[in-house]
Design a protein around this ligand. Structure first.
Ligand code: NAD
Length: 307
C-alpha cells in the first residue's frame, strides 16, 4: 500500500484524509502541532473504515517519525484567511510553518512528492521547492482544480446540466486576479462563450474569482475545505495511479506561458513522477495580458519571501 502524509490536520487536512481513506488509495498519516488532535482524528477515521469498507491504516502524530517512507506529502499546515484578509496577508506566518514542514517531511521521506495547499499558494509552493532543493517535478501546488471546480459548479447550476458535462480552466495565480479561460471552457463540447450570454458569463467569472472570499465571509472562522480537500485527493490519486491526468495546478515555470522562475497556475499532466508536463494553450492577446498581470502579482509575493 502506498503511504501519504498530510501535514496540518485542520479543516482541509482532515477532510483530505477523509476523501482519500474512502478511496482506499494509501495508508495515511496526519501530522499536526496540536497535541492529541491528529491522533484523535486518525482514530475516528480508522473507526469509520469498517463502515465504508476500506482497509487503509490511518495514524496521527505530533512528529514526523511515523511519516517515514511516504510517497506523497500534502502540506496544509498554516493559518487560513479571516474575513477581510487577502491570501497574501498570510505570507509571513505561513512561510515559517511551511519551511519547517518541508524540512521535517523530507528528512523522513527523502523521495516524496510534495503537494502544497497552504496560502499564499504560489509563494508557498516556491518556498517548498527552494527549501527542499527539489526538482520541479516533485512540487505541485493545488489551486486550479478548486478554482475551476467553483466555476464548473456555477455553470452547471446556471444551465441545469451535470457537472460532468462542464469543463472549465482557471489559470494564473491563486488570487482574485486568477484567469478563468472562457474560450477554453465548454459544456459538452459547446464553448462557454456560446452556451451563456456575455452578461451571465461575466457574472460567473467574477463569482469564480471571488469564490474563496465568498465562503470566508460566510464561515467567518476559516476558509473553504470540502472542495480544496477534494482537489487535493484528485491530485494524490492521479499520482498514485499514474493516470497522466491533466488538471490546472501550480507548477514552477521555466519559460512556459512566457514566465520563468515562479509558481503559476497552468494545465499540468500528473503521473507517477509528479509533474509530467505542462500543457501550453494557444492564447489570444487579451488572455495573455490577463495572465501577465496575474504573474506580476505572484512575482511580487514570491519576492517578498526574500529567499
Ligand atoms: P486550519 O486552521 O483548519 O488547519 C491548519 C492546521 O495546521 C491547524 O490544525 C494547525 O494546528 C496546523 N499547523 C500549524 N502549524 C503547524 C506546523 N508547524 N506543523 C503541523 N501543523 C501545523 O486551516 P485549513 O482550513 O486547513 O487551511 C490550511 C491552509 O490551506 C491555509 O493557509 C489556507 O489558507 C490554505 N488553503 C488553501 C487553498 C488552496 O486552494 N490553495 C484552499 C483552502 C485553504
Amino acid at each position: 500500500m502506498a503511504k501519504v502524509t498530510i501535514v496540518g490536520a485542520g479543516q482541509t487536512g482532515a477532510t483530505t484524509a477523509h476523501w482519500l481513506a474512502e478511496r482506499e488509495l494509501a495508508d495515511l498519516v496526519l501530522v499536526d502541532v496540536v497535541e492529541g488532535m491528529p491522533q484523535g482524528k486518525a482514530l475516528d477515521l480508522t473507526q469509520a473504515m469498517p463502515v465504508v469498507g476500506s482497509d487503509v491504516l490511518v495514524a496521527g502524530s505530533n512528529g514526523f517519525a511515523e511519516t517515514a517512507g511516504s510517497d506523497i506529502v500534502v502540506i496544509t499546515a498554516g493559518l487560513p484567511r479571516k474575513p477581510g484578509m487577502s491570501r497574501d496577508d498570510l505570507l509571513e506566518a505561513n512561510s515559517a510553518i511551511v519551511r519547517e514542514a518541508v524540512q521535517a517531511s523530507l528528512q523522513a521521506s527523502p523521495e516524496a512528492i510534495l503537494i502544497i495547499l497552504t496560502n499564499p499558494l504560489d509563494a508557498m509552493a516556491y518556498l517548498a521547492m527552494k527549501v527542499g532543493g527539489l526538482p520541479r517535478e516533485r512540487v505541485i501546488g493545488q489551486a486550479g482544480i478548486l478554482d475551476s471546480a467553483r466555476m464548473r459548479s456555477f455553470v452547471a447550476r446556471e444551465l441545469g446540466v451535470s457537472v460532468q458535462n462542464v469543463h472549465c480552466y482557471v489559470l494564473g495565480g491563486h488570487g482574485d486576479d486568477m484567469v478563468p479561460l472562457t474560450r477554453h471552457s465548454n459544456v459538452a463540447g459547446v464553448p462557454l462563450t456560446e452556451a451563456l450570454t456575455p452578461e451571465r458569463l461575466a457574472a460567473i467569472v467574477e463569482r469564480t474569482r471571488k469564490g474563496g472570499g465568498e465562503i470566508v465571509s460566510l464561515l467567518k472562522t476559516g476558509s473553504a475545505f470540502y472542495a480544496p480537500a477534494a482537489a487535493l485527493a484528485q491530485m494524490v490519486e492521479a499520482i498514485l495511479r499514474d493516470r497522466h491526468l491533466t488538471v490546472p495546478a501550480a507548477a514552477y515555470l521555466e519559460g512556459e506561458y512566457g514566465q520563468r522562475g515562479i509558481f503559476f497556475g497552468v494545465p499540468v499532466q500528473l503521473g507517477a513522477g509528479g509533474l509530467e508536463k505542462i500543457v501550453e494553450y494557444d492564447l489570444n492577446a487579451e488572455e495573455r495580458a490577463a495572465l501577465q498581470a496575474s504573474a506580476g502579482r505572484v512575482r511580487e509575493t514570491i519576492e517578498a519571501l526574500k529567499l
